[in-house]
Design a protein. Structure first.
Length: 204
């Protein structure tokens, strides 16, 4: 099997070099247009890295859930989850992280790269409270780079096309997956039946 072993080989394969639009879009602080993209997005993927490897975690809330604190700082509340804290554990040990924002109905995606730490100041946490429930920490990113991503991936995948939506009944459920992996010790039909109400009660 042939593989690429050097940057020179890679760059020779991907020619011509990027056009100006691929490089001039990079900003190192917030711009008015980039602000509008972040404030419109209800969903982002958080990428982190740690000694065990890399991690990608879905994050979602109402549009604008990632707060623009100033032109070099973003803040993302850590809402309720499964308490694995993989991403947070990584940030504590290695601050490098990235956000990939999606905008439903738009082909444009948006990337923010930087370094983060976790804030737990009571006033900060209270400022992100929803229905009286504050997050236990806030991811505070110092921005290194901001830029929009071309729409080809979204167009190719027809991500927002309702006709391409997958019928959930055609997929294995979380309960089925857990049951298969644990010889029916965890998960199963009861897990799936309880999930909607459990999620409703623990959303924030």
């Amino acid at each position: 099997m042939s593989i690429i072993t050097s940057v020179e080989q890679l760059e020779a394969l991907y020619t011509p070099v990027p056009v100006a639009a691929s490089t001039t879009k990079i900003a190192h602080r917030m711009t008015p247009h980039y602000r509008r993209l972040i404030e419109a997005s209800p969903f982002a993927v958080l990428a982190t890295v740690g000694p065990e490897g890399v991690d990608c975690s879905p994050r979602g809330d109402q549009p604008g859930f990632v707060r623009i604190h100033d032109d070099r700082t973003l803040m993302m509340p850590d809402r309720r989850g499964n308490n694995r804290i993989d991403s947070l554990r990584n940030i504590v040990r290695d601050p490098r992280c990235a956000f990939l924002f999606l905008l439903p109905g738009s082909g444009t995606t948006f990337r923010a790269n930087g370094k983060a730490h976790l804030g737990i100041d009571p006033d900060l946490l209270a400022s992100f409270a929803v229905e009286g429930k504050a997050p236990r920490s806030v991811i505070i990113m110092q921005i290194d780079e901001l830029y929009f991503q071309c729409a080809r991936a979204v167009i190719r995948s027809e991500l927002w096309n309702p006709a391409r939506h997958i019928d959930p009944k055609s997929l294995p459920t979380p309960g089925e997956i857990l049951a298969a992996m644990t010889d029916n010790q965890v998960g199963g039909q009861a897990y799936d039946q309880a999930w909607p109400e459990r999620a409703r009660q623990t959303m924030w």
